[in-house]
Write a protein that binds this ligand. Structure first.
Ligand SMILES: Cc1cc2nc3c(=O)[nH]c(=O)nc-3n(C[C@H](O)[C@H](O)[C@H](O)COP(=O)(O)OP(=O)(O)OC[C@H]3O[C@@H](n4cnc5c(N)ncnc54)[C@H](O)[C@@H]3O)c2cc1C
Length: 463
């Protein structure tokens, strides 16, 4: 046995990090296992961080090219994907350096290799050189994340066929792309590529984009994507993918064929639960590789927890971290409220989207008497100054108690300003109230002012 620990954590993404740091800071002995050469998880290397760094680099180019001060002088910037990827790489490096110090400073050893259960308390780490470590954990946290779903009939080895992991290393001069799958990742990449002036087909299997969002927000997203030139096709299912030397043809069941330089497959994710010998300890993942857990993130084996993308939705880095921390609190026996009900969505499309709480549809279906307050960004001084006038914030509130029930926002800084509303919504009754935004003085000019404008707009509708 190479080590006995109070807690063994598998995976160093946000879920694993949240669990490991909470446990070690409260006196537990902790070891982590990671099969990637660098820590940080797919969050740092293939998901959140590279995609958001790339998006920001594209945004900077767009802003420069649209700035009248530069345009008048004939200054334009033209960047290829590989040049933009350099920016993402430098952010990844900074993140890895920083996160490695967390483990070093807290004396948490990192065992490199593939984790595999021997029994309910023992995990073997298969190393690249063929050797192995064996770790014993009183408690074990599985935070192994997820990967893009790859249907067997699609040739992902072809140089023109990508998924969300491999697109980050695309070195082709792409002029057109088909994004298959219009979930959050598909919509984000469709926005990014279009902002690089690349022709984009976005193929959606459903009736609407991101149908878990408030309808007004979805309508706005569809409108703005189309206005920018993205061709959106709803209710389409792929029949087959035909990669050619000069492009990829996506054959759809409807008989349509879409030919573009490359294809980005963005439909679905699979939990990383395979290869861990879970069957030997009686843990049975579902058909998507997700590990079932109870409300405390315990698997069918009570001292083994699972958190983050490997348990399925919401599949957000933000949620994974809080779930990991919560699981560690359960191990520590610390009182802590269960995460899960108040997770905001942050969707980094163009325009950016963020929302929290109930949608209009949910409130209507539940017969809750609500009212709506809107603020259009084009009327805000700050938006006019920055030229980022596309957007809207809306507050849904109970028309009798004035309790805030939902906040839905799209446009610049949406994913930041949502937290102002979140803080108020988290207050106990009667402090969670629309009146907060009416009676509180906000800095001016700011985007946060949208709350005051929306609150007054809604309040004035009451009779
Ligand atoms: C393109 C893209 C964009 C995204 N953007 C956002 C965003 O803007 N905001 C947001 O909140 N979320 C975003 N996400 C989601 C976010 O990246 C995930 O929710 C998050 O990474 C989940 O964290 P995790 O700790 O569960 O798993 P991961 O970050 O996937 O980490 C799991 C780790 O476990 C390791 N591992 C797996 N199996 C084993 C094994 N058997 N043995 C040893 N190690 C193992 C892996 O190597 C990996 O390092 C995005 C995802 C993608 C793909």
């Amino acid at each position: 046995m190479d080590g006995q620990y109070d807690v063994v954590v598998i995976g160093t993404g946000p879920g694993g990090e949240g669990a490991a740091m909470q446990a070690v800071k409260h006196g537990k002995t902790v070891a982590v296992i990671e099969r990637d050469p660098l820590i940080g998880g797919s969050c740092t290397h293939r998901g959140t961080i590279p995609s958001k760094a790339l998006r920001y680099a594209i945004f900077q180019i767009m802003e420069t090219n649209q700035n009248p001060l530069f345009r008048e002088r004939g200054i334009t910037v033209d960047c290829l994907l590989p040049q933009l990827q350099k920016r993402a790489k430098s952010v990844i490096d900074q993140q890895v350096r920083l996160r490695t110090t967390f483990y070093d400073r807290n004396d948490v050893p990192i065992f490199r290799g593939q984790a595999r259960f021997i029994d309910e308390h023992t995990v073997e780490v298969g190393k690249e050189d063929g050797g192995r470590d064996v770790l014993h954990g009183e408690h074990i946290v599985i935070a192994t994340g997820a990967r893009p779903y790859r249907p067997a009939e699609v040739d992902f080895d072809h140089p023109r066929v990508f998924d969300s992991d491999t697109i980050l290393h695309c070195s082709l001069d792409v002029k057109s792309i088909t994004v298959y799958g219009a979930g959050v990742i598909g919509c984000e990449y469709a926005s990014m590529f279009r902002n690089l002036e690349i022709k984009v087909n976005l193929v959606n299997q459903r009736d609407r984009l991101l149908d878990f969002l408030d309808e007004e927000i979805v309508d706005a997203l569809s409108y703005h994507l189309r206005e920018r030139g993205v061709i959106i096709r709803h209710r389409e299912t792929f029949d087959r993918v035909e990669p050619r030397d000069d492009g990829v043809v996506l054959h759809l069941k409807s008989g349509k064929q879409l030919k573009t330089d490359v294809l980005l497959w963005g439909a679905g994710r699979t939990g990383n639960s395979d290869g861990m010998n879970l069957e030997a300890i009686g843990i049975q993942p579902d058909s998507r590789g997700n590990i079932p857990v109870n409300e405390h993130f315990q698997t069918s084996v009570p001292h083994i927890f699972a958190v983050g993308d490997v348990i399925g939705p919401p599949a957000l880095a933000s949620a994974a971290y809080t779930q990991g921390r919560y699981a560690a609190c359960q191990i520590l026996g610390t009182e802590v409220s269960r995460p899960g009900l108040d997770i905001p969505t942050g969707i980094y499309t163009s325009p950016e989207i963020s929302s929290l709480g109930k949608t209009e549809r949910e409130l209507t279906e539940a017969s809750i008497p609500y009212e709506v307050g809107h603020s259009q960004f084009r009327s805000l001084a700050r938006a006019q100054i920055t030229g980022r006038t596309v957007g809207m914030l809306k507050i849904l509130f109970h028309r009798e108690t004035l309790e805030i029930l939902g906040i839905h926002c799209f446009g610049a800084t949406a994913s930041e300003i949502i937290h102002i509303g979140q803080a108020v919504m988290a207050l106990p009754k009667p402090y969670n109230s629309l009146l907060y935004f009416i009676n509180t003085t906000f800095n001016y000019p700011t985007m946060a002012e949208a709350y005051r404008v929306a609150a007054l707009n809604g309040y004035n509708r009451l009779f």
